[in-house]
Write a protein that binds this ligand. Sequence first.
Ligand code: PMP
Length: 387
Amino acid sequence: MKLAKNLERLGTESAFSILAEAKKLEAQGKEMIHLGLGQPDFKSPKHVVEAAKKAIDDGHHGYVLANGILECREAVSRKIKALYNKDVSPERVMIMPGGKPTMYFAISMIGEPGSEIIHPTPGFPIYESMINYTGAKAVPYDLTEDKDLKFNPEKILSLITDKTRLLVLINPNNPTGSFVEKSSIDFLAEGLKKFPHVAILSDEIYSRQIYDKKEMPTFFNYPDLQERLIVLDGWSKAYSMTGWRMGWSVWPEKLIPHVTKLAINSFSCVNAPSQYAGIAALDGSDDPIHDMMKKFDERRKLIHKGLNDLPGITCSLPGGAFYAFPNISGTGMNGSEFSKKCMHEAGVAIVPGTAFGKTSIDYVRFSFAASKENIQKALEKIKKMLG
Ligand code: PMP
């Protein structure tokens, strides 16, 4: 069988293969603490589950609109208004099966050989994978430790050329947990006005997971950029709904027919009961988010201190999401050796930094989507492993 050449350039998300390996070891009787996969360890809110059950009982069993049912897109618009005081027409909203299809569609729509796409490294690996898949040139910008793993807007602007078609931003970032504040985003947005040929894909999936009462610096804040802005967000992280496969994105109006066509060519539409669950999540109380964030904040402080107390490890304090990204080079191991040893010796599943970019050799990602007891236990096991 002969396969398409571009398939060789497609990457993956290693967190899933690490989960499979950890599960295999568990099946063989090894105790395992899972700090690998990036999903909140909470049940979806009760009223969300009830809304999905009701939708099934009410007979919402068929196809719905490819761009999402109107009530769901209207709920997204209402939420954007409530959170950011910005008016976004439901006609610009797409309901997607998770956050990922927005990356897939945006990059396949824009990237092609001869073009350049700027993306963060380390960053969510599907971006680089998709850029390579299209044949576009992936142009990385580094998140460095001297800047607390935050991106540098001046550096990003300096990478723009005539060939640049798209800039990818992830804030707060996965895997670093770093959060870039509004003043830097304002600077970047101002700079981007000088490059009208560059589209922006702002991944704001962790927008509801920011610590220390800081404001989410959404790209909806910049009216001048809206005609070339794609915002990716969704239910997965904020409402602990990863398995429902519910994401939303906002697109420039002129791209909606294209993205709708890509939806029709692939998944047709998102299942209706999930969309009713999504409406209940957006229109319901935000208390479940606040309760979850209180727990995440306690875990963040615990893991940050615990990792810094370990010999050879330094870690900056995550400002958003639920990831810690320590430098482990002082242990004498690289990230890949360290995470393998953690899994096989200590029974702690984590992800090596290189899963998120070639340069992150000295790093590993801990997802603190686990109980404080398990985080404490994992830290003790790693301490013992390090001798
Ligand atoms: N963006 C980022 C930065 C992510 O970390 C993730 C998931 N880990 C996604 C998007 C995709 O989310 P979903 O599960 O909704 O596809």
